[in-house]
Each structure stands twice: as structure tokens, then as C-alpha cells.
Design a protein around this ligand. Structure first.
Ligand code: SF4
Ligand code: SF4
Length: 381
């Protein structure tokens, strides 16, 4: 059975997308599981009020075509996500407008307007035995996780597994960063969200047509990859996505935890892949190497502690770009950013390196800064 399928998709042109979607889904059985009358929720990545050309969100042209295909099968479709910030009609509808979701609405999809929240109890979780989630997912018969391949300040990469953090209502996200300040715990929590919804998630698709490199997940640079990927497993899909941009299990905490739990092999070589993965690899993809320190963790507690503090990437404002809007100070879950002379100052001792300040800076002024020693040791940009 195919673990991951991938195919070429060079543009967001309608005709190319339809061909690419059909081709990438075919080795996984296509949409044969879809029955007439089903309600299918597409969990897109709608991280913020970002236009499609910024490559921060799942491209609306892909969602439009998938909606058409699902409607042809007689299914009803709801598209949803909980971006950062308030989870209410006003805030989320502004995100729908900015991200081009109204196009998908014109194709017959409903843009989720149910902003109720529910409590989940998940005793078998790795760490998140209880959590709050967006209730609209309960109404769906099945979920399609349609993610965007991007760099990510905290997790190194955002693709399928990270996309499921969007089931946590935006108002609760800062609390979860604070509850799980350790990156591996945070990754475990994300994997718990994936595991909880796994029975309903029939398909994961990655928009890697134009990915995001550099200062992701919102203020990076669009980078053409030219691929669409699909899998039944978010972790297998993520392993393949990571390989495309030059990352491995030790670079992405969600992959590391998935591997430690036996859900994915260490290398894509052990996956059954339909398509030529190597032909899409980008050797100079500009990644954020926040987690190279993971490689040192087998060298004892004190070595690991030293490595964590000496090599850890931290947020740092670029004074030339900063417009003094205070958004970073408002969103910081640890409340450790104060404004001095219009520039944010970070209390480093108490920073939990969640990179929310970097993710939600509207002008990309908050950067992920890697200490020089980390750059020298890892020989990465
Ligand atoms: S959010 Fe960005 S632009 Fe606004 S104060 Fe913080 S660093 Fe400056
Ligand atoms: S300063 Fe930035 S990275 Fe540090 S805790 Fe606050 S939001 Fe998170």
C-alpha cells in the first residue's frame, strides 16, 4: 500500500490542479471513500489574514478544485480553521475574506460559522489528556487535512501534523504554548490532537506548489516546489515534506516524537512512495534550524541543558523593520515583552521560545535568531 503519493503541480491554474489532484489521490484510492450526503470538513491552514500569494495559507484554487470534486460525489463540504487570535464570526470571516476562501464558498462549500468549542478527554494521550477544540469538526462525517508546506519558527516545519493545532481555538493557543513550553512536549501535544481526530481524518494533502521558506510560518518568502503530496498519515506525509526541503526527523520535533513512537521510520527510504520524491528536493531551501540541538540529547542531562541554552534559537526584533505596533507584546503567552522607545524588549530568562511573537508580527520584523555557535556547529544557514 502506498504511504505517500506525490505529483507535479507547477501552478495554481484550474486545469493543472484538477489533473494533479486526481493523479496524487489515485494511488490512495482516490475519493472512493466519499459517499453521497456525507459532510466533509476540510481543515485548511488559514493561519492569519494573509493573501494567497504570500504562501502562508492553503491556496484557495486547490481548495476550490477539491470542493468541486467532493460535490461531484454528492458530498457537502465545510471549510474551517481557527487562526491565531479571537475565535468568533467577525475575526474568522475576515480571515476567510483575506485568504480567498470566498472563492471556495462560490464553489458550494460552507465556510464554518459554528464557533462553539468543546472539551476533549483523551486518557491515552502522550501529554494532552484534555484539551479544547473547535466543535464544527464533530458535525463532519470525515475530515481532510489540507495543509501548506512552510518553515516554522518553533517547530522547524509546518505541514500536516502542525496544521491540526488549528483545532485549538485561537483564544486558547497562547495557553497551550505556556502549558507545553518544551518543544518536544509541544510536539507531543500536536501529535495528540492528530491522534484524537485520526479516526475521522481520511486524507492529508500538502500544498507544496509554492511553499514558504525563511521567516515562516507567516512572514517568510514564497518558494516554488511544484508538488502536491497526499497520504492517509500526517506523519508519513510530513516525513516526505521534510525531505523535500532538506530536513529530517531530528530537525522537526513532531517528526522526532512520531518516530520515537514508531509511527514513522527514520528515513523516507522506508516509505512506499508513489512518485519521484528526489526530483522535487530543493537543496538550498532556506530553513529555520531551531532544533538541531536535538542531536545532542543523548549526551547526558547537563550536556543537553548546555546545548539548549547555548544553541537555542531565540526571537529578536529587527529594529529597522519594526513599526512598534505592540502586537508581539499583546500575543506573547508569557507576557515578557515590553515596549521601550517603540521597540519590543524580551525578558530572555522567561522566554519559552514559542515564537508566537515571530509568527504574528505583521511586518516580519521579529526574526528567529540562531546564536553564532549554533550556526558554526551545524553549518546551516
Ligand atoms: S509585532 Fe513586529 S512590528 Fe509590531 S512591535 Fe512587535 S516586532 Fe515590532
Ligand atoms: S517572547 Fe516570543 S518566543 Fe518568547 S515567550 Fe514571548 S511570544 Fe514566545
Amino acid at each position: 500500500m502506498t504511504d505517500v503519493s506525490l505529483t507535479t503541480c507547477n501552478t495554481y491554474e484550474k486545469t493543472e490542479i484538477r489533473t494533479a489532484l486526481e493523479k496524487v489521490l489515485s494511488p490512495l484510492g482516490g475519493l472512493g471513500w466519499v459517499q453521497s450526503g456525507m459532510l466533509i470538513a476540510i481543515k485548511a491552514n488559514l493561519v492569519s489574514m494573509m493573501k494567497p500569494e504570500t504562501a502562508a495559507t492553503t491556496h484557495p484554487a486547490l481548495l476550490c478544485e477539491l470542493v468541486r470534486m467532493l460535490k461531484e460525489k454528492g458530498a457537502e463540504v465545510v471549510i474551517g480553521d481557527s487562526p491565531g487570535g479571537l475565535y468568533n464570526s467577525f475575526a474568522v470571516n475576515r480571515v476567510y475574506s483575506a485568504t480567498g476562501m470566498k472563492d471556495a464558498e462560490r464553489e458550494g462549500a460552507t465556510l464554518n460559522q459554528n464557533f462553539e468549542m468543546r472539551e476533549a478527554s483523551f486518557p491515552e494521550a502522550l501529554v494532552a489528556r484534555d484539551f479544547t477544540y473547535t466543535a464544527y469538526l464533530d458535525e463532519a462525517d470525515a475530515i481532510i487535512n489540507f495543509c501548506k508546506l512552510k518553515t516554522h519558527g518553533m517547530m522547524g516545519m509546518s505541514a500536516a501534523a502542525k496544521n491540526m493545532f488549528g483545532v485549538v481555538p485561537g483564544t486558547f493557543k497562547p495557553e497551550y504554548h505556556f502549558r507545553y513550553p518544551d518543544h518536544k512536549d509541544f510536539a507531543s501535544m500536536i501529535l495528540d490532537l492528530n491522534a484524537y481526530f485520526a479516526p475521522k481524518v481520511k486524507l492529508c494533502i500538502a500544498d507544496a506548489v509554492i511553499g514558504m521558506e525563511g521567516n515562516g510560518p507567516t512572514q517568510g518568502t514564497p518558494r516554488k516546489i511544484g508538488a502536491l503530496l497526499a497520504s492517509a498519515s500526517p506523519h508519513a506525509l510530513d516525513l516526505a515534506c521534510a525531505y523535500l526541503i532538506g530536513l529530517g526527523v531530528n530537525d522537526v520535533p513532531t517528526l522526532q516524537v512520531a518516530h520515537e513512537n514508531g509511527w514513522i521510520p527514520e528515513s523516507v527510504d522506508a516509505l512506499k512512495i508513489d512518485g519521484n520524491l528526489d526530483s522535487f528536493v530543493i537543496n538550498d531551501y532556506h530553513n529555520i534550524h531551531v532544533r538541531r540541538s536535538l542531536q545532542f540529547e543523548g549526551h547526558g542531562k547537563f550536556a543537553a541543558m548546555f546545548v539548549r541554552s547555548a544553541l537555542r534559537a531565540v526571537p529578536r526584533p529587527d529594529k529597522k523593520t519594526c513599526i512598534g505596533c505592540k502586537k508581539c507584546a499583546e500575543i506573547c503567552p508569557a507576557h515578557i515583552i515590553t515596549m521601550k522607545n517603540g521597540i519590543p524588549t524580551i525578558d530572555r530568562e522567561n522566554c519559552i521560545t514559542c515564537f508566537c511573537c515571530q509568527e504574528f508580527c505583521p511586518v516580519g520584523a521579529m526574526k528567529v535568531h540562531r546564536p553564532l555557535i549554533a550556526k558554526l556547529l551545524n553549518h546551516k544557514k
